[in-house]
Design a protein around this ligand. Structure first.
Ligand SMILES: *Cc1c(COP(=O)(O)O)cnc(C)c1O
Length: 339
């Protein structure tokens, strides 16, 4: 199986397994785990924030951020295709009592200043007030779009003019930075908090980071405890995370493989594939009269793991465990599916 279902499927390298076994550990709830403390320091440095917090998953990181930034009953403004809306079990409502206000951000993937302005709600006797603007980069459900710094800046500035904080779901923010050839810290500078995953393209077995100001992270640490995310000798899983932070530049190889996959599949009659910005390739199989479900099933049977994405679309996600030879082989196998 050439597994292109996600960049989360990679298995830890031998170096990561060694690092886990040899990690210097302590009780992290007491602040005593030197490996977790180092990971939090290095992660904060990488994205240019004062502090960071190690969390078990990206979902928990986003949910901690939403709960820490807001009061119950407020609104959160977010793109209608955002991960926090589509794939987190309604956690914004369940865990933080938030009312979600969505806007369709289209190809831009983040709201325009005009969309932010017209959808922010001022608190009064009748209206709850907006507590948070949440952005996503790269944008998963819109096909791994890398959102440029000026679009992030424009949305964040408008929210800040209205005293509304901004969170960035940056599960794949380093993919965005590599694709745009910018420092990750520049993509994060306009926002008040960012979550990024160690367990996706960077290759760690477990874990994500939530980064922001000292004051925000101190409060987020309490929210993490509330949600059951206070871990003990977590250095065992943080140690591979430290190695994962060394893998940012390696993401360029996943992007090159994604382009090669898209180019190869565009040669197959019946398939249409937009050029990917990053490591997510979205294939439209309507021209081959196959729904996303049918196409994904047939590709899987032919030995290429992927997932239905929309009615006629299927997602393939390049990752560390897939070589450029595997991509050529994947194109050949997928071609047999539509013949
Ligand atoms: C994967 C992902 C998350 C959640 O990360 P998990 O570690 O799977 O919980 C959040 N946001 C985006 C955009 C993602 O792609």
């Amino acid at each position: 199986m050439i597994d292109l279902r996600s960049d989360t499927v990679t298995r830890p390298s031998d170096a990561m397994r060694d690092a886990a076994r040899d990690a210097d550990v302590g009780d992290d709830v007491y602040g005593d785990d030197p490996t977790v403390n180092e990971l939090e320091r290095r992660a904060a440095d990488l994205v240019g924030t004062e502090a960071a917090l190690y969390v078990p998953t990206g979902t928990m990181g986003n949910q901690i951020a939403a709960r820490t930034h807001t009061d119950r009953g407020q609104e959160i403004l977010v793109d209608d295709q955002a991960h926090v809306v589509k794939w987190e079990l309604g956690g914004l409502a369940q865990l933080s009592g938030l009312q979600v206000r969505t806007v369709d951000c289209g190809e831009r993937a983040v709201p325009t200043p005009e969309q932010v302005r017209t959808n922010l709600v001022d608190e009064d006797l009748h209206r709850p007030g907006t507590g948070l603007l949440s952005l996503e980069n790269t944008h998963n459900s819109r096909g791994g779009i890398a959102v440029p710094v000026d679009h992030i800046e424009a949305a964040a500035e408008t929210a800040h003019e209205h005293d509304v904080p901004v969170h960035l779901d940056g599960a794949r923010v380093f993919n965005a930075a590599i694709a745009l050839d910018v420092d990750p810290a520049d993509l994060v500078a306009p926002v008040d908090s960012v979550m990024f995953c160690l367990s996706k393209g960077l290759g760690a077995p477990v874990g994500s980071m939530l980064a922001g100001s000292e004051e925000f992270i101190a409060r987020a640490r309490r929210t993490r405890k509330l949600l059951g995310g206070g871990m003990r000798q977590a250095g065992m899983i943080a140690a591979p995370g430290l190695l994962a932070l060394e893998n940012v530049e390696r993401l360029a190889a996943d992007h090159a493989n994604a382009k090669a996959l898209a180019d190869g599949l565009n040669e197959v009659s019946g398939l249409s594939v937009p050029t990917p910005d990053t490591n997510i390739v979205v294939v439209d199989s309507e021209g081959a009269s196959m729904t996303g479900d049918e196409f994904a099933d047939r590709c899987t049977e032919a030995g290429v793991g992927c997932g239905a994405f929309g009615e006629y679309t299927t997602r393939f996600c390049t990752n560390w465990d897939v070589s450029d030879e595997d991509i050529d082989e994947a194109v050949d196998r997928i071609a047999t599916v539509v013949e």
